[in-house]
Write a protein that binds this ligand. Structure first.
Ligand code: PMP
Length: 342
């Protein structure tokens, strides 16, 4: 008897958005393919100008690229060994992972009971050694978003004491993202940096393009090291990002579809009496009632790859929103895995 074929992979582990990218981004890449032999030129200025217009911010405050880790390494090295970096735990670790080689120390603050950034607890650990606070809003892996006014006030207060880096990778999954962004604090000259990526709602994860909005001296220091310079950026990424920013209808349609899929997950979890976070992003996070390793292996045997285990949340799974057919298969598999309700 022939061996059974392995099941096809349904990749729901890394919070990409397979509904994207915008067709305009694909067209822009196709149109630019003939220029591969050339370094990028005008494309860098075009994307910078598009971001400047969108964020209403000076071009010199924009640093292009996926630069969270280099930002962590730079901040850690710049002030000498022993600086502390505060973040929520569990959390996305790209920035804090990069601080230790230069002698930085990481301080993890547990999420609050609602699995949101615990802003008062974070403020309480900031001291004279703090080099930066790194906040992800909506958070990863919980997907929770903080109350708008409370969050902006907390970032404003913290930024009087230290640099605050706010990672808004998932913010655009919320219809009112503009009101929730702390980009205005960067524009006003606050000690605040904002990170954005085209890897999530814009569906361009493979092109590795994002940007940081930073205080002018920090932006200048990063650029002086060659971060965001033409030689480190792919022109295909730049043209695709610029085209994506212009396609508002497409982004809105992705937002709506992701929200519907997320709600279908939450409806299943509610019906089965499971605890889950109030995710506003393109993933769900819930207590599956058995160890992560066991649940992940059972799902992998059916070709479904989910997010990694999170410290202190051993029975919780993070599952990204994929294509509708993938989500349906994953929900069915999870429904069979969950303990009987009652
Ligand atoms: N920030 C957060 C909070 C993320 O979850 C991710 C992706 N997992 C990123 C930034 C950046 O991802 P990328 O490097 O693909 O842009």
């Amino acid at each position: 008897m022939a061996d059974a074929l392995p099941p096809p992979s349904i990749r729901l582990a890394l919070n990409e958005t397979p509904l994207g990218p915008s067709p305009a981004a694909i067209d822009a890449i196709k149109a630019d393919l003939s220029g591969l032999a050339r370094y990028t030129g005008r494309e860098l200025d075009d994307l910078t100008a598009a971001i400047a217009a969108r964020e209403n911010i000076a071009p010199e405050q924009i640093v292009l690229g996926e630069n969270l880790n280099v930002l962590g390494l730079y901040l850690s090295a710049r002030g000498g060994r022993g600086g502390t970096f505060v973040y929520s735990e569990p959390g996305y670790t790209a920035l804090v992972d990069a601080v230790t080689p230069a002698g930085g120390r990481v301080v993890g603050v547990p999420l609050n009971a609602a699995l949101e950034n615990d802003l008062p607890a974070i403020a309480a650990v900031v001291d004279g050694t703090t080099r930066a606070v790194y906040l992800v809003n909506p958070h990863n892996p919980s997907g929770t978003v903080s109350d708008t006014a409370a969050f902006i006030a907390a970032v404003r207060d913290l930024s009087a004491r230290t640099l605050v880096i706010v990672d808004e990778a998932y913010l655009e999954f919320m219809p009112d993202f503009a009101a929730r962004s702390v980009a205005p604090l960067v524009r006003e000259g606050g000690n605040v940096a904002v990170f954005r990526t085209f890897s999530k709602i814009f569906g361009l994860a493979s092109l590795a393009i994002g940007y940081t909005l930073a205080p002018k001296p920090l932006a200048a220091a990063l650029k002086q090291m060659g971060i965001g310079a033409f030689f480190g950026l792919s022109r295909l990424s730049l043209v695709a990002a610029t085209a994506s920013l212009g396609d508002h209808d497409y982004v809105a349609s992705v937002r709506t579809k992701v929200a519907a899929e997320r709600e279908a997950w939450h409806a299943l979890l509610r019906a089965r009496g499971r605890r889950f976070s109030a995710s506003q992003a393109n993933f769900v996070f819930f207590d599956c009632g058995r160890p992560h390793a066991e649940a992940a292996a059972a799902l992998a045997a059916r070709g479904i790859i989910i997010g990694r285990a999170q410290p202190q949340f051993d029975a919780w799974l993070r599952i990204s929103i994929g294509l509708p057919v993938e989500n349906a298969i994953a929900r069915q598999a999870v429904a069979e895995l969950l303990p009987a309700s009652g």
